[in-house]
Each structure stands twice: as structure tokens, then as C-alpha cells.
Design a protein around this ligand. Structure first.
Ligand code: FES
Length: 921
């Protein structure tokens, strides 16, 4: 082990410093691995990768983070003796908040791995209330001594361990229930739908007594009432009323004047509960109205039917509404369809639905659904098919409601192959007899093997199919780890083992400010769960991540937008991680903030000057206990983030608009541009599109499709042609595509090319020389060969080649040779085809500024100082050769190309026009 200390070696953050693997070995035998750059402290890297280690001062002053380094080399950094004595250092101890690795490391962390993960807390309390609200519903109330330690948001749920049960693994069965009380109320209240044979139902109706001990974990879930002023539509199915009541209580507690309408739907009159409570809110909450319906046709209710029938246009505010919906999956889908059919795209659509998660039989109906779920379901649970979400799903979509899962009970003997049950979409899938039949001839049950397949594909795992033949004991489903999501659908809806599905949707979220509004709403929720509850270590980690964002913004400029995006994401992730609620973190990540920022800020230079500072100020507000300041900062930060994104998008659009335009100059012309996906090719294509040209955009990258879409959206005619022009086949395919689409090619612009390597000629290998020639000479040679026959046949055409001033330059000789070849092609083709009415011209660009390339040329990153010197030498030579001593712009290059391609240059052929600030090449 090699240690160096007291040396300030901090390289600027964001550099490509080498990185190393650091193994963090916790006291309980758990080892976690992180990647740490040489310019990062281990603590910094650890927190960025969401692994907490002991931390406090983060400055080498307290010794809290002290760890033993089993192996590896590092720079110990600067610290005081009180934190780490010379003896300790000599013995192999180090301070992760100061140490930077110079090799892979193994560190013994003086804590168990519990510190590295956050998890929902377990609470134990007492049953204080057992009230039968109706034939089908009970109210359970629990009190806990440490109520102050439990913070939850209105809408969240807990997993209650059902006393006197056995999950088959030595534990208790757990069932999920949403809080029906307000977050600030002492007593915790849950509504339980009574289901015959259900674990919780049996407990409550047969064994439960007041004063009994009961435990739960939580809170869980990201379904909660977001703070906002816009109107709210609440929809509750059955005892899905519980989280809605919690929301109403919170609104009441806040003296809210927000417009809120509740529609409450149940199956039968006996399922209606808490009407007095709702009436109370109708009197006390100024903006609150409500209605209810019962689906049973024999109901005495005024409104018979489903909740959708009571949704009126005035409840939807033309979409400026947040819809909160808790109920069974069919209800959620029906409401979503109903709202969509009404042409409404609500600002927020938050839902929590429940799909039963454990098997049930006619004699033991499992009570896995929270009260919210089952009330309006046409429950048919007496079959032997496991009624889990997955059993009803194809490709993650729930395709069968519970009622449809009931197995066929009719006679099986006379089934024939014609029977529809052996077909999918009209195709014969199975047979009624023989080896590939799916039904047991004796009892008509599905045979596991074939029933697992659809169209020959194994769709269900053996474990999943088992209950088809043999129902599992109810305890089995509860053996799944409580905090492990069992599925995350593509829309990032979370399905918990308890069967809850929680999701949120927003209109065009990736295209609007809504993404940051949604983040702020979630963060305000996370603040409620964490404020005043964070340990000094958690605050230290939060501050570390906040400060990590700061170096990447200077004034109102990004120093490194990509690194800012990365560190910003780590900062925001952390608060959600600290809630111990994975659903909240999932919900935040599902917004796609980081991806959207990466996309939009790719070329951004402007950043709101307070964006990074906000992070530090938010942490300071947490540290000082100033809740109002923290809340205000989170909201303000969302606004500043929106401004940053809007400015970046506007700048990007402005950059894409050609600076010069000669309207109509290419009207009626079909122009092929090669290498069109970016740089000079894209700028030229944009200008020709703006001047009325019809474009065929050729490139090996499918990014060219984005440009075609952009130009088409702006009114130009443009089609992409993805092809590798380094082979003649690629060139032929592009020309063929152009002729097929537009019958002719008026102009071919051979822009594709570019130096790959930058080094002295003697350093080039054979393969590298050939690669340069293929890229920058053969592409043009092939494209000219491919296009000329059709031009000659028409007796008309223009070819503009893009050469280079680098025909006289250093450290890219093969490229210079290729471009010299382009000049020769230009002069000679002009001579050979002038009589055919074809002009052949070229520009010779000098150094040109361009946004960072999205498709790499394949240039190896100069790593060593020598390689960097080689690379820099060609830049220095380019600037020195230009009389104007600057790089040109994309607009300046496109201007010359477009001039030569247009009728304005009708008397120019065989000419190479240098566009290089006086560098003649
Ligand atoms: S010395 Fe205080 S956290 Fe490292």
C-alpha cells in the first residue's frame, strides 16, 4: 500500500481522470463497489453512487469517516491530526472524505451496511379501535408511542403485519392499507374491506382485541396529494376512499380553498361508508363538492352505475386539473379512457390501483387487496387460477379482469379443435387431444406445460403457473421481500408485492415545463417526510452532493453542462433516497429529468446563476430547520431550472436557423447532401431547405432522420437516406433513393469526410492511412460515379465537393492527400463533363467551429501529453495559416457551398473556393 498525504492534487472536476474500483467492506460482511476517479474523494464518489458511508465534517476534521485500507494506493489528502493521527495513518487508516485513489482500493467501513441503504421504518403500536362500519367494511385504528417519528403524506400506505398469522417463513403475513387519517393526526386509521377467509378480515372479525400489539412498516407509495393551486378531481372506488379521506383531512388542516370534487363509487349499498365524514368536509371545506354512485342495479342510491357517469365537463377544467384516483385496475382504466374520450389531457393523472396478489379458493378467499381495491370489483375468487397481476398480464399489460379468469367449468369431453379456446387470434394454438393438448381430460383443468406458452413462447415461469393446478397457501405470496418492487412497467408504474400499482402521468411531460413542476411537487412531499428528521451524517451527505454541483456553473455559464446534469441528478435523487421510500425515488426517476436535461443542455452555455447555489441553500435550510425557506427554495429552483431549459431550447433553435437565407433560390431543385447529420452538412441542408430545396439527406448515422423530421416540420421536403458511403453500394443506394423519390438529382453536395487521426505521418499505420482515404476521398469518388449517369442523361447537374484548406497542413497527411484528391476530382470532372451541362466545383473550408459531434469520427482521445501536443499542433497551424486567425462558422461554410450550388454560380466550374479566412490551402 502506498500513501501520500498533504498534497493538493485536486484536478479540475469533470476531467477524464483515470478511475478505480473501490470496494467498501461493511462490518456485517456486505461489500459494495463504487467507481472513483483519481480527482474525486472516496466519500464524494460513494455518495454520488448512492452508497452512504459514515460522514460528518467532510473536511478531515472530525474523524467520523475513518476507515482501514486493506489494499491499494491512494493520496490521503489534507486533514488534521485529531481526525487521523500519524500512527493511524501509518497503520493503514485513512479518511474517505479526503482520500483519492491512485489504484483499486479495499476499504473497511466502520459501520454495518444498514447505513448504506435507506429503508422504510417499522413501527409497533396498539389496536385502539375496531369498528364495523358496514357489513363489508371495518375501521381499524392504531396508536403508536413514537408517533412523532412517523411522517407520511396523504395518500400513502403501510404494510401491516397481521397478528396470529404465519407467512410460512417464521414471520407474519402482511397486508397493505392506506392511511385514512390526516398526516398530523395522532391516531392512525385504516379501512378494511372484509373478505371471507382473508387474513386481515379473519383477524379483525374473529381474534382482534383492543389493546393488542400490532406492527407495520412504512410509509410506502408515491400516490399522494401534490401541493398546487389547480383544481382537483378525486375518484375513490370502494375503500379506495381511505387515501382520499386522508387527502381531505390534509386540505382541511391547511384551511385549503382549493377546488376539489370527489366522486365515490361502490358496488353495493352496504359498501358505502364514511358518508358523515364526507358531508362534514362538504360543510367545512369551501371549495369541496362531492357525489357518489352504486353499481348494484338494486341499490337505493340516487346514482346507479360507475364513477365515470358522474364525471362532468366542469370537473375537468379543460385539462387544468389534477386527477387522483384510487381503486381497482378496471376502474382506473375506465376513468382514463373516459377522460381521454372527452378530449381532456389532465395536467396530472395520479393513480393507485390494486391487483390481487395471492391465490384464493372458494373456501379461503385471500384478503390481499387493501380496502381500496376490491369494493367495486365483480369479485370472482373461487377459482383455482392465481389471481395475481401477472396472471392477467401480457407484456406487462393487464389484459384480463378478475372476472374473466374463472376457469371453464362446462363439459370438456366434446371439445374439438374448432373450439375457440384452442385459438389465439384465429390461429390454432393447441389441440383437444394428443400430446399438445392443454386441458386435462379428466377434470378440464389447464395443463401447466402448454398453458405456459403463447404462440410457442414460454410466457409464464413454472413457479408462476404452479397455482393453476395446485393453489398455493395464502402465505406464499407474502414471502416476497416487502420492499422489492416486482415489476416496473415501461411507463415506470410501480407494482409492489402487495399488488399496489402507483403511477402518474402528465401531458407531453418530456416536452414541457411540467417535468420540473412534477419534480418540485414530489420534492415538497419528500421534504415533508424528511424535514427535521435527517441525521447529521445524512445532512453531510446532502451538502456534499449539493456542493458537488457548484463547480460546473460559473456566474450564468455552464462550465460543464454534462457534469452539472449528472451531479444535479445525484443531488435530487438523494432527498428521495432519504425518505426510505423507493416508490418516491422511482416516481422521480420516471419523470426522466436527467435524460431530458442531458438532451436539452448538450450544447447549452447559459445556466440560471442561482441554479447550483440553490442546492447549497436548500441544504442550509434543512440544516437550520427553516422549513419555509426550504420549501420556497425548492419551488424557486424548479422555476430557475425551467428558465435554464427554455433558454437552452431557444438557443438551440436559433443555432439551427440559418443566419443567411436567399428565399426561393433552390425552389424546384432536388439536392443530395452527404454527411448531413451534423456540422457543415446539416447547416447546408438547413439553408437549402429554407431556400425551397427538396433534400435527400445521406449519412451513416440515423441521426439524419431527426434532421429530416426537423426540416419537414418546418415545411421543407426532406427524406433521410442512411448509407455507408465508403462503399460504392452505399453511394448507389443514396442516388437510387433520390431518383425513386424525386426522379432526378439536380445538385450533389459531397460533404462527407473528416480527418480521423492527428499525428506525425510516421506514426500512421497502413490501416489508418487507408481509413483516412476511404473516409475523405472514396466517399466523394463513389458518390460522383453514382450520380453522374442520371445527370448526363438529363444534360444538367451540379456537383459541389467539400475539400479542405488542410491540403497544406500538419499532422494529418493522409487526410490532406485525400482532400488534394478531391481538388483533382473537381478540376478533372469539370473538364470531362462540361459538355454534358454539368458543373463541378468545390469549397475548401479552413478550421470551422461546430457544436460537439454527436457521431464520433472515431478519433482516439489524445491521452498522453505527446498525443495532446500532436492534436494541438494541427489547431495551432490552422489558426496561424488563416489571415484572420480564427475559425469560421457553419453559416460561413454553408454560404459558400450554397452559392456554388446555385444558379448564381452558373459560370463557375472546375474551381476550388477557399473558405478559410485567407488560407489558400
Ligand atoms: S474527517 Fe470528518 S467526515 Fe471525514
Amino acid at each position: 500500500m502506498t500513501v501520500t498525504t498533504d498534497r493538493d492534487t485536486a484536478a479540475p472536476a469533470g476531467t477524464d481522470a483515470p478511475s478505480h474500483q473501490v470496494a467498501l467492506a461493511f462490518e456485517d460482511g456486505v461489500t459494495r463497489f463504487i467507481t472513483c476517479r483519481e480527482d474525486q474523494t472516496v466519500a464524494d464518489a460513494s455518495y454520488r453512487q448512492r452508497i452512504n458511508i459514515p460522514l460528518d465534517c467532510r473536511d478531515g476534521a472530525c474523524g467520523t469517516c475513518k476507515a482501514f485500507c486493506e489494499s491499494g494506493d491512494y493520496d490521503g489528502g489534507t486533514y488534521i491530526d485529531d481526525a487521523l493521527s500519524a500512527d493511524e495513518s501509518a497503520a493503514g487508516y485513512a479518511l474517505p472524505c479526503c482520500m483519492k485513489p491512485t489504484s483499486d482500493l479495499v476499504l473497511q467501513i466502520s459501520a454495518t451496511s444498514d447505513i448504506a441503504k435507506t429503508q422504510a421504518a417499522t413501527f409497533t403500536g396498539t389496536v385502539v379501535e375496531l369498528e364495523r362500519l358496514s357489513e363489508s367494511t371495518m375501521r381499524l385504528a392504531i396508536e403508536i408511542a413514537n408517533r412523532g417519528d412517523l411522517a407520511f403524506l396523504p395518500g400513502q400506505y403501510v404494510n401491516i403485519a397481521v397478528p396470529g398469522t404465519d407467512d410460512g417463513d417464521g414471520g407474519l403475513l402482511t397486508r397493505s392499507y392506506s392511511f385514512a387519517n390526516g398526516p398530523h393526526e395522532e391516531r392512525l386509521v385504516f379501512l378494511v374491506k372484509l373478505t371471507p377467509g382473508g387474513a386481515m378480515s379473519t383477524y379483525l372479525t374473529e381474534r382482534a382485541t383492543r389493546g393488542e400489539s400490532i406492527s407495520f412498516t412504512g410509509p410506502h407509495g408515491s400516490f399522494f396529494l401534490r401541493e398546487a393551486a389547480r383544481p382537483v378531481l378525486l375518484l375513490a372506488g370502494g375503500t379506495g376512499l381511505a387515501p382520499i379521506l386522508s387527502m381531505l383531512r390534509k386540505l382541511h388542516d391547511d384551511d385549503s380553498r382549493r377546488k376539489v370534487h370527489l366522486i365515490y363509487g361502490v358496488s353495493t349499498d352496504t359498501d358505502l361508508v364514511a358518508l358523515d365524514e364526507i358531508e362534514y368536509f362538504a360543510r367545512e371545506l369551501p371549495g369541496f363538492t362531492w357525489n357518489h354512485c352504486v353499481s348494484d342495479p338494486d341499490s337505493t342510491a340516487v346514482n346507479k352505475g360507475y364513477v365515470m357517469s358522474l364525471i362532468a365537463p366542469e370537473h375537468l377544467y379543460d385539462g387544468d386539473v389534477a386527477i387522483y384516483l384510487c381503486g381497482p385496475p378496471p376502474m382506473v382504466e375506465a376513468v382514463r379512457t373516459h377522460v381521454s374520450d372527452a378530449g381532456i389531457d389532465p395536467t396530472g393523472f395520479y393513480y393507485e390501483k390494486f391487483a390481487l396478489a395471492v391465490p384464493a379458493t372458494s373456501s379461503t378467499v385471500a384478503d390481499t387487496a387493501p380496502p381500496s381495491a376490491v369494493a367495486t370489483l365483480p369479485v370472482v375468487l373461487e377459482d383455482s387460477v392465481v389471481p395475481a397481476a401477472d396472471a392477467r398480464a401480457i407484456a406487462g399489460q393487464i389484459t384480463l379482469p378478475v372476472a374473466d379468469i374463472s376457469p371453464w367449468r362446462g363439459p370438456m369431453a366434446d371439445l374439438t379443435d374448432d373450439d375457440g379456446r384452442f385459438r389465439i387470434a384465429g390461429q390454432q394454438m393447441w389441440h383437444s387431444t394428443g400430446n399438445d393438448r392443454i386441458v386435462d381430460p379428466d377434470d378440464g383443468r389447464l395443463l401447466p406445460a402448454d398453458a405456459r406458452g403463447i404462440a410457442g413462447q414460454n410466457v409464464f415461469s413454472p413457479r408462476d403457473i404452479e397455482p393453476l393446478a395446485t393453489p398455493q397457501p395464502a402465505s406464499a405470496a407474502a414471502t416476497v421481500a416487502a420492499d422489492t418492487p416486482v415489476a416496473v412497467a415501461p411507463d415506470a408504474t410501480t407494482i409492489t408485492p402487495e399488488g399496489y400499482q402507483i403511477g402518474e402521468e402528465h401531458p407531453e411531460i418530456h416536452e414541457s415545463d411540467a417535468i420540473f413542476e412534477a419534480r418540485a411537487a414530489l420534492e415538497l412531499g419528500a421534504l415533508e417526510l424528511t424535514f427535521g428528521r435527517l441525521t447529521s451524517q445524512q445532512l453531510a451527505g446532502y451538502r456534499l452532493l449539493a456542493e458537488t454541483t457548484v463547480p460546473f456553473v460559473e456566474g450564468d455559464r455552464f462550465v460543464d453542462a454534462a457534469e452539472y446534469t449528472e451531479t444535479n441528478a445525484n443531488f435530487h435523487d438523494y432527498l428521495f433516497t432519504l425518505t426510505g421510500n423507493t416508490h418516491l425515488l422511482d416516481a422521480y426517476q420516471a419523470l426522466g429529468v436527467k435524460g431530458r436535461m442531458s438532451e436539452v443542455l448538450r450544447n447549452a452555455t447559459w445556466c440560471h446563476p442561482l441554479c447550483a447555489q440553490d442546492h447549497v441553500d436548500i441544504v442550509a435550510a434543512f440544516e437550520s430547520g427553516d422549513r419555509d425557506a426550504a420549501r420556497a427554495l425548492i419551488s424557486a429552483h424548479a422555476d430557475r431550472s425551467k428558465q435554464t431549459m427554455r433558454r437552452a431550447m431557444a438557443d438551440e433553435m436559433a443555432a439551427r436557423r440559418p443566419r443567411f437565407v436567399t428565399p426561393g433560390r433552390f425552389a424546384g431543385k432536388v439536392v443530395v447532401v452527404t454527411g448531413a447529420a451534423q456540422g457543415i452538412g446539416a447547416a447546408t441542408a438547413r439553408r437549402i431547405g429554407a431556400e425551397g430545396g427538396t433534400l435527400v439527406l445521406a449519412d451513416r448515422s440515423d441521426l439524419v432522420t431527426e434532421l429530416a423530421d426537423e426540416l419537414t416540420a418546418s415545411g421543407a421536403a426532406a427524406v433521410p437516406a442512411i448509407a455507408d458511403l465508403e462503399g460504392f453500394g452505399g453511394a448507389e443506394s443514396v442516388v437510387a433513393a433520390a431518383l425513386a423519390a424525386f426522379d432526378r438529382v439536380d445538385v450533389l453536395i459531397n460533404n462527407v469526410g473528416g480527418a480521423i487521426n492527428f499525428k506525425p505521418f510516421t506514426e500512421f499505420t497502413d490501416d489508418q492511412i487507408r481509413a483516412e482515404i476511404d473516409r475523405s476521398l472514396m466517399t466523394t469518388l463513389f458518390a460522383c460515379r453514382a450520380v453522374l449517369p442520371s445527370m448526363v442523361a438529363r444534360g444538367d447537374g451540379v456537383i459541389v465537393n467539400v475539400s479542405s484548406a488542410a491540403t497544406r497542413g500538419v499532422n494529418r497527411i493522409p487526410y490532406s492527400a485525400a482532400k488534394g484528391g478531391i481538388n483533382a476530382i473537381t478540376a478533372s470532372l469539370a473538364m470531362e463533363y462540361a459538355d454534358s451541362g454539368i458543373r463541378v466545383v468545390a469549397t475548401a473550408p479552413g478550421g470551422t467551429q461546430a457544436p460537439e459531434r454527436r457521431v464520433s469520427r472515431g478519433t482516439p482521445e489524445p491521452v498522453t501529453a505527446t498525443e495532446q501536443d500532436w492534436f494541438q499542433a494541427h489547431i495551432d497551424q490552422t489558426l496561424a495559416s488563416s489571415l484572420m486567425h480564427r475559425y469560421g462558422t457553419l453559416d460561413e461554410q454553408a454560404a459558400a457551398i450554397c452559392f456554388l450550388a446555385s444558379e448564381e454560380a452558373s459560370y463557375i466550374t472546375g474551381t476550388v473556393l477557399p473558405v478559410a479566412g485567407g488560407d489558400a490551402g
